[in-house]
Design a protein around this ligand. Structure first.
Ligand code: GDD
Length: 322
């Protein structure tokens, strides 16, 4: 039985990954940050209560990371913990860097000392590309990385330090460069779930309007459930390497909003207010990933379309808010 250690196990991706690994007979361990309202902390993994082992831990507590890796001796380490909200990274840049950059270094050091034969997955992000783009309008492995946020800069440090540790210490350490990925488990301050929750609330008479920021940003949106499969495939490849994970299709926030409101039988323009507080000091206008490498090398393909994913999210909020 393989053992996996997941930081960020209680997040959207951590919960789908834990579910997937349990279904593949892994013994799954993960860390949870201490929070003053413990009832909310493990909501996304409460259905796995008897199937996974959780511990208190924090990316900024190297002693605990070392102790846990020494105790568990995992075969696979998935570093998914992060301050994951890009706009909020402008409010708390120090915390974002400590968690998303220094935290990765702390975990890599614990990995190197306690279980160097394990395999390490780093949740790298398309936000690292920023304004970098190839001439054909895609971002892929090798595209210049010019991040536009503290979040993107911190993730870029982690991406490079993982590559550096791989080469310097001959460790199996890989990056998945994941484009946006959503699900009903997405936090409701990310744009897809914010729009879906608001549209359903408006339809049910619980809310009058929605406030958004940049309607003309383009994102490549896939489903988290598909993307955690890619993480596991990346770690089970014969060599450590870096892979873009994306759908290859891009849509604007406006297109996404229109799809959701149309599906529920409403016109989004009747309910939309633009509020500058949702803008970022520097915007990232356009992301579209080329996932050819992971298609060809590992055989990964997404199974869920954008439309199916958004409808799953709409159904989720309809059930919940009714
Ligand atoms: N959150 C939010 N709220 N975004 C808005 C809003 C709003 O009210 N209005 C417009 N947007 C636009 C943002 O400006 C951005 O261009 C786009 O919607 C998507 O925003 P988010 O859903 O917050 O995601 P993100 O692209 O900034 O970051 C996500 O994807 C990254 C991968 O590229 C996060 O999941 C990151 O953790 C991840 O690395």
């Amino acid at each position: 039985m393989k053992k996996a250690f997941i930081t960020g196990i209680a997040g959207q991706d951590g919960s789908y990954l834990a579910e997937y690994l349990v279904s593949k007979d892994y013994e799954v361990h993960g860390i949870i940050r201490r929070n003053s309202i413990p009832e909310h902390q493990e909501l996304r993994i409460s259905h796995l209560e008897d199937k996974v082992f959780t511990y208190y831990g924090d990316m900024n507590d190297p002693t605990t990371l070392s102790r846990l890796l020494g105790l568990i001796k995992p075969d696979e380490i998935y570093n998914l913990a992060a301050q994951s909200h890009v706009r909020i990274s402008f409010d708390i840049p120090g915390n974002t860097v400590m968690t998303n950059a220094v935290g990765t270094l702390n975990l890599l050091e614990a990995f190197r000392k306690e279980c160097p034969h394990a395999r390490f997955y780093q949740a790298s992000s398309s936000e690292m590309f920023g304004t970098g783009m190839d001439d054909d309008g895609y971002q892929r492995e090798g595209t210049p990385m010019l991040p536009t946020s503290p979040y993107g800069c911190a993730k870029l440090f982690s991406y490079h330090i993982v590559r550096n540790y791989r080469k310097s210490y001959k460790l199996f350490a890989s990056n998945g460069i994941l484009f946006n990925h959503e699900s009903p488990r997405r936090g409701s301050n990310f744009v897809t779930n914010k729009v879906v929750k608001a549209a359903v609330s408006i339809k049910l008479g619980l809310q009058s309007h929605i406030e958004l920021g940049n309607m003309d940003a383009y994102r490549d949106w896939g489903h988290s459930r598909d993307y955690v499969r890619a993480m596991n495939m990346i770690l089970n490849h014969s060599i450590p390497d870096d892979f873009v994970v994306a759908t290859g299709m891009t849509r604007s926030v406006r297109d996404m909003c229109k799809f959701v409101f149309d599906y529920i039988g409403m016109n989004y323009e009747d309910y939309l207010k633009i509020n500058d507080k949702h803008l970022r000091p520097e915007e990232l206008p356009y992301l579209k990933g080329d996932a050819s490498k992971i298609h060809h090398v590992l055989g990964w393909q997404p199974e869920c379309s954008f439309e199916e994913m958004m409808i799953e999210m709409i159904d989720h909020w309809m059930r919940r808010l009714k």
